[in-house]
Design a binder for this molecule. Sequence first.
Ligand SMILES: Nc1ncnc2c1ncn2[C@@H]1O[C@H](COP(=O)(O)OP(=O)(O)OP(=O)(O)O)[C@@H](O)[C@H]1O
Length: 253
Amino acid sequence: MAAKEIFVEVRDLHKSFGTQKVLKGVTAKVYKGETLVLLGGSGGGKSVLMKHFIGLMAPDSGEVIVEGENISGMSERELGKIRRKMGMMFQNSALFDSMTVGQNIAFPLRMGGEKDEQRIERLVDESLEIVRLPGQMGKMPSDLSGGMRKRVALARAIVDRPACVLFDEPHAGLDPITADSIDHLVKDLQANHEMTNVIVTHEMRSVFRIADRVMFLKEGQLYWEGTPEELKAATDPELKNFIEGRSGEDWDA
Ligand SMILES: Nc1ncnc2c1ncn2[C@@H]1O[C@H](COP(=O)(O)OP(=O)(O)OP(=O)(O)O)[C@@H](O)[C@H]1O
């Protein structure tokens, strides 16, 4: 088998907000073409780590390397190029309620200086096709269900055909069937559009459906990494409690 190519690598990342140390020396790799899931308790630093992958946050110390390029110290212009390799689907969809679906999806293209309206229209159309919402560009976000809003947010994240999509809790607030449709879209992006996916989620059913690899963050450090099969077989009480949804505290005491 060919050696796996690294898409993003972080080395010994440290990040604090005021006196709160959020990342305490995280070293991790994301491989091209994989679906990587980040797990861990609330506040463990998953979203903060993901924002470092895309250059939205800069570390206090440590390195972020995207396709072999160290992004620390890059100018905003150079960082812009790096960010275009990645699309991010934010928590709670973060759509602009005053804009139509089409305008929301086109937003990153226009912000990036795209002036070719035909190209914008084509990319918006294609993105809506990919997320299985063809022809919905004229709707307002308030007319859509939660699941459809997530799909629009995904269409916006992929509109510029990034090499990698970062998903911050794409399953939050969805019923199991709608969550399943998001999982199908994730696997479709990977299989048919050669995208690398990095996903923060708490939805264990989805983890076992979509992940090629799992990383478990705890208190700002990489506590464990492995395949979903290895996670299922894990005997570590911390991991077992997490996947089985147990608090680990003794409530009968
Ligand atoms: N921009 C910021 N300014 C100050 N504190 C922040 C900022 N971003 C994150 N934090 C803090 O960093 C900690 C980790 O946040 P993060 O969002 O990465 O957690 P998480 O592991 O993704 O958890 P959750 O599952 O709850 O989203 C939290 O205590 C949060 O309040």
